[in-house]
Design a protein around this ligand. Sequence first.
Ligand code: ADP
Ligand code: MG
Length: 718
Amino acid sequence: MFLETDIKYLKGVGDARAKMLGAELGVASFRDLLYYFPFRHIDRSRFYRIDELSGTELPALQIKGRFIHFNIEGEGARKRLVGVFSDGSRKMIEIVWFSKIQSLSNAYKPGVEYVVFGKPNFFRNAYSIVHPEVELYDPEKPPSGFRGVYSLTEVMRKRGFSTRMLQTLVGNLLENPRFQDIVDTLPQEVLERYSLMPLCDAFRQMHFPTSPQALQKATERFKFEELFYVEIHILRYSMERGSRIPGYLFPKIGDKFNGFYFNVLPFELTGAQKRVLREIRADMKTGRQMNRLLQGDVGSGKTMVAFMSLLMAVDNGCQGALMAPTEILATQHYETLKGWADPIGVRVALLTGSTRVAARREIHSGLESGDIDIIVGTHALIEDTVIFHRLGLAVIDEQHRFGVAQRARMWRKNRVAPHVLVMTATPIPRTLAMTVYGDLEVSVIDELPPGRKPVTTLLRYDTGRMEVDRLIFSQLRAGRQVYIVYPLIEENEKLDLKSLEEGYARTCETFPGYRVCFVHGKMKPAEKDHQMDLFVRGEARIMVATTVIEVGVNVPNASVMVIENAERFGLSQLHQLRGRVGRGAEQSYCILMGKAKSSADTKKRLSIMTETTDGFLISEADMKIRGPGDMEGTQQSGIAFNLKVADLSRDGQILFRAREAAKSVLIGNRPLLATGSEGVMSAGDATAALPLSTVSMEIVESEMRLRFARSVDWSQIS
Ligand code: ADP
Ligand code: MG
């Protein structure tokens, strides 16, 4: 096929260059080159004037002028050819080459008009351009339109390979008579319904745009294309799963659930909690295995939802498991659940790494016989020695600490896969969730229990420390507890540990008479648990810690969260930390200690925290700032998509359309909608089926093979 042609056969390439393109850019075929998009474009009709350059971070740009003279300077490796270049404005710029000195000094002539193109460096108060592209200026054919700037490696530049050469190669490819025959990678029906630019036009526009608008349309098309196939991949997978993997059928709401609901439940459920329980209940009635992600901000009451879901399993003759990432959390959950379960005669047990041998043996046999209804624990739950009588539902708390591999392991404990509910307090923007957790249904608790006073968030600098100390004092005197958090001990371990230890010493000194406990991630687990326990039981009134406390501890009496060096935390992390307070009825405070000298960007970022307590807004802002790659949870997601063109933090709209298109295509090409795919299909949008021609179906299939090494097995779907 034309696109698969080895790049060495392209006019202007040959063996040596083909090797270099392959090794340096991963460009081995015609297809690779066409998809090697410029990272930006320059307006060829625009010449910069040397005296208008300002600042130290300039993009690559072009200047038109003449060399005044050339000098050879320096010795050895520093030996270089320096051309002084003038464009007639008040200033001059130095053009510098470190290689091919002799031949270049003969090639360029003073006095002749050239266009130089490159990225100016600012050094010792003057601008220079190293290894620019230089071409003769031809007044008959002045440069016009836009052209692409490609990222090249240093090795390529050293060998004299320039952006200009890459442009020429791409140009040669576009002129190849067979280029026009390339088959579009998107079905004609999709191109039409979504008014997308056809492939060949889009390639041309990406490399040599005729206008910014055309470039935009072309970019949009490639983003759409990329996301469309990702979505086909995800949706097809979840439809297959939906129709194939059977799960326990929980037809009834029984005595335990009702007994708890009417006699024990200590508060009225929020509307959001009720809605989520209905969603879970609906899943469990289908006979298919549930895989649901429950997102809810810190303090939104996920534990109650988990417990009541577990009761549905128990009422239907099954067992339930609740797995937490740390021993402390597991213990807290156990105590909470036991308090709710005892009155209704549901048996709960706790299994962690430190459960004694005798107790462990007893629990193992209780799980195998079915005497234990609900087991709470840590990773210890997924050890091979743990055998369930009939595990009907596994709830995993704080999902980002567990990988997909562990999730899968829990499934394999039964012949029938248990339903799985994954709970996370790290809100993931919807766009990201749709892509990354495309194989999970998503439920959201978007409402906090009533009566919560929003946490007052303050941004303070060192000058405000006295005021902060006074606030802490008054809260301590009122009987409350205080967290003081330092950045995770990391790159600069010594320095971080020092500031943490100094912070601890200072805290003990400033607040005499109050017990201070001390926790950091490099501590032995037993010591850490001991220190945490002091705080949970209220013996220690202040906790000085690194971010190890980020996940889950529930100490409703804590009312102050001080975060030192707040600029070193991501917004989502700050939000998590803030969620540790404000759990009781008292007014709580979160104090971000910033650096007075930090950049305007940093200050703006931190001030987002003072403006909103909405975890989703914060997480979206965080994603815009840090990029989705850094979002917690994305690494372990299992479906690690390496998006090349699309950017999830910006391209939400395109993603929605691509997903809708993918659905339409999948629906439109199954004679019957498999029973059980409604879950995937009922995401709220009435999707119109889009039947494809045979040719188009072949296109989709071959793209799927190419992109995911998998084909669409239409027969499996229908
Ligand atoms: P998270 O979602 O962060 O895990 P929790 O489940 O720990 O939140 O709930 C936080 C607190 O709110 C707990 O003390 C819990 O008992 C309480 N809570 C949960 N749901 C409600 C409700 N509907 N009304 C009042 N309090 C509630
Ligand atoms: Mg929780």
